[in-house]
Design a protein around this ligand. Structure first.
Ligand code: UDP
Length: 330
């Protein structure tokens, strides 16, 4: 299939592009390279450097290519920032997907895969969290993804566009060969921050809260490897060839506490990684773990990286070879 990947130069997008190409698909990456990196884009993909606000370039891209499907990654992703700058998030995440959907509808593209989030589950009744849980966004960021999911529902009803929303829990890790990985600026995610301490770039890692109702008092998250997320996208694309719209929660099946992550990183890196206990971070739920049985049952998805040590090893491999992200390879 010929696939448009918005945000294909970003962390998750670039791993998906690599796997799409490996699986025999043709890829056009559309990215403004503000947060994405040119070096992250697979050499066999066509890169259009464009902004999703730029309808002319977007339309031209759709006119030039006959897309069979779209994978939409391009968005702002910081939960905390979304609460400080809500309009930036509403504009950048909602206005822009409307532009993509309008072109998709006008060009009769019938398959759409949305990069969605566990931040839709702010008040789960049960852990692990399956797709029947109520959708209660935990932030402006989560709300923008909720709005995107709702837009897709109407695209299906009005245009017959089939969609799949993939709600990632904590995406992490890097390609095992180390050529692409996680490089956010500023970095806010636990695993890269911990590894920056091991690299000597930070003095310590702050533990946000040690008084949660969990075994060791720190928050529990479901860390899912970026290549496992990538394989879910390929399966979803294939399922939409003649299947109905659907939503899936994506996690690795187990939860790890902040302390367990730090301890595992100490083991992998051999560095003591000093940690300081600090206040809770606003908005954090004690436990977020996915129930991903549905995608396993329906599409046969099975995470290959179901071991935290292996996940952190791939991230460590990337961070060691790219201590300053993509900068040094320019
Ligand atoms: N966390 C932490 N210190 C940090 C960054 C994160 O203790 O410097 C905790 C955070 O409170 C959460 C977990 O690590 O419980 C994962 O946070 P991250 O920001 O990586 O992902 P999130 O769960 O917010 O999507």
């Amino acid at each position: 299939m010929k696939v448009l990947v918005t945000g294909g130069a970003g962390y998750i997008g670039s791993h998906v592009v690599g796997l799409l190409i490996k699986s025999g698909h043709e890829v056009v990456v559309y990215d403004n390279l503000v947060n994405g990196n040119r070096q992250a884009v697979h050499e066999d993909a066509t890169l259009v450097v464009g902004d999703l606000y730029d309808v002319e370039t977007l339309k031209k891209t759709f006119d030039e290519h006959d897309f069979d499907g779209i994978m939409h990654f391009a968005s702002q992703i910081l939960v905390g920032e979304s609460m400080q700058k809500p309009f930036k998030y509403f504009r950048d995440n909602v206005y822009t997907i409307i532009n993509v959907l309008e072109q998709a509808a006008e060009h009769n593209v019938k398959r759409f895969i949305l990069s969605s989030t566990a931040n839709l589950f702010d008040a789960p009744n049960r852990i692990p969290i399956d797709e029947t849980e109520p959708l209660i966004p935990g932030s402006v960021y989560g709300e923008t993804k909720f709005m995107a999911e709702r837009l897709l529902l109407w695209m299906d009803r009005v245009y017959g566009m089939k969609y799949c929303c993939l709600r990632y829990f904590n995406a992490c890790g890097a390609h095992p060969d180390g050529h692409i990985g996680e490089a956010h600026d500023p970095e806010s995610h636990l695993i890269p921050l911990v590894l920056q301490v091991a690299l000597g770039q930070r003095e310590n890692i702050k533990i946000f809260g040690t008084d949660y109702d969990t075994a060791d008092g720190t928050c529990i998250r479901d860390y899912v490897h970026v290549l496992d997320l990538a394989s879910a996208h390929i399966l979803a694309l294939e399922a939409l060839e003649d299947g109905d719209s659907r939503v899936y929660n994506l996690g690795s099946g187990s939860g790890y506490s902040v302390l367990e992550v730090i301890e595992t990183a100490r083991k992998v890196t051999g560095h003591p990684i000093p940690a300081i206990e600090t206040e809770r971070r606003a908005g954090d739920l004690p436990i977020l773990v996915a129930d991903s049985d549905k995608i396993g049952r329906e599409l046969g998805w099975e995470p290959q990286y179901n071991n935290l040590e292996r996940i952190i090893e791939t991230a460590w491999n990337w961070h060691q070879s790219h201590p300053n992200g993509y900068e040094e390879t320019e």
